[in-house]
Design a protein around this ligand. Structure first.
Ligand SMILES: NC(=O)c1ccc[n+]([C@@H]2O[C@H](COP(=O)([O-])OP(=O)(O)OC[C@H]3O[C@@H](n4cnc5c(N)ncnc54)[C@H](O)[C@@H]3O)[C@@H](O)[C@H]2O)c1
Length: 327
């Protein structure tokens, strides 16, 4: 199959591209190499893919309607699209909310419009987020729960993506699946996420910032599990229902294990062989205390089975971190 991945230079997008190429698919990566974090890391990820004859990369903004339409028109062989391009990060959405409407709303609308015009499209999979659950208290988070109370613009744009996808599944019968990713970590990870922030600070003998005085829990999910799950979903486009219901699904994709943040930090310390100095701070606006994914539907429908505990995943991440940053 031919898969167009937006956000193709990103953490999840580049790892997904590698796995799809390995099984013989053709991949088109699209990314504007946004400077939100170190562009050289994005370029290094793309450089691991460009030698493959089945891979093409296009540097463009998904909100650029004309450029996107021209690209989609030039590749009528595209049969699967994975939209991962987005302005990510909860905290930055309090600083620069417009970046979120640009990429996550305007950009996603362009992707939907391009998809509806694709002659052979079988499935559009797009990234939603565990943040749509906002401050929900009922655990684990289920896709049956109400998610009408976002507490950051990031979460609001991800929930909006689910509504927009539903509209296109209803109006134009585009098969869409939204994936609510839960705290993804591992090799090639994002410098703005906890694992990288902590590893860097510990190695530089600087204190690590820990919010809500360390009383946080996350359903940390290893990148290889995320990629395997995303592919399992990609291969199973939802069908139109017996009573004409739109071909539309939303799944949680997590590890189904909520871990204390302090244990995650201990594993990073152990893997680095160094103790962290911790700067305990109050809860950050927009942030949530706990995430925990109910993954039964994606297990049942797609055979998704996360395999990597944080005890195994954190040392693998640190091995990559040390070798990539030569520390
Ligand atoms: N990593 C996680 O823990 C996590 C959790 C929940 C949801 N998600 C979502 O999954 C997706 C991928 O996340 P990631 O961790 O790989 O993030 P990432 O930032 O590494 O990747 C996103 C990529 O999209 C690109 N991009 C941003 N705006 C763009 C635009 N307008 N046009 C083209 N490219 C653009 C960026 O340059 C970046 O390379 C995102 O939608 C994110 O919101 C990630």
């Amino acid at each position: 199959m031919t898969v167009l991945i937006t956000g193709g230079a990103g953490f999840i997008g580049s790892t997904l591209a590698r796995a799809l190429l390995a099984r013989g698919d053709s991949v088109i990566g699209v990314d504007n190499l946004d400077p939100y974090y170190d562009v050289s890391l994005k370029e290094a990820r793309v450089a691991t893919l460009t030698g493959n004859k089945n891979y093409a990369f296009h540097k463009l903004d998904i909100a650029d309607r004309e450029a996107m339409q021209a690209l989609f028109k030039s590749r009528p062989d595209i049969d699967h699209v994975v939209n991962l391009a987005a302005q990510a990060g909860v905290r930055y959405s309090l600083v620069n909310p417009y970046a979120y409407t640009h990429s996550n709303i305007e950009g996603f609308l362009v992707v939907l419009e391009c998809c509806r015009a694709l002659p052979r499209l079988k499935h559009l999979v797009y990234a939603s987020s565990s943040s749509v659950y906002g401050g929900n208290k009922k655990m684990p988070f289920s896709t049956e729960d109400r998610v009408d109370n976002p507490i950051s613009m990031y979460a609001a744009t991800k929930k909006a993506n689910e509504l927009m996808a539903h509209t296109y599944s209803h109006l134009y019968r585009v098969s869409t699946t939204g994936l609510r990713y839960f705290t993804v970590y591992g090799p090639w990870g994002r410098p703005d996420m906890a694992a990288c922030i902590f590893a860097k600070a510990i190695l530089e003998d600087k204190p690590i910032p820990v919010f809500n005085n360390g009383d946080m829990r996350r359903d940390f999910t290893y990148i290889d599990d995320i990629v395997a799950g995303t592919i399992a979903v990609l291969d199973r486009p939802p069908a139109i229902g017996a009573e004409g219901q739109p071909p539309y699904k939303v799944y949680n994709i997590g590890n189904h294990s909520t871990e204390p943040l302090m244990r995650y930090i201990q594993l990073i310390e152990q893997a680095l062989g160094k103790t962290a100095a911790i700067d305990f701070l109050p809860m950050q606006p927009g942030d949530v205390r706990e995430t925990y994914a109910d993954i039964e539907p994606i297990q049942k429908d797609c055979g998704y089975q996360p395999k990597t505990t944080i005890d195994e995943g954190v040392p693998k991440f640190i091995d990559w971190y040390r070798s990539f940053y030569k520390r």
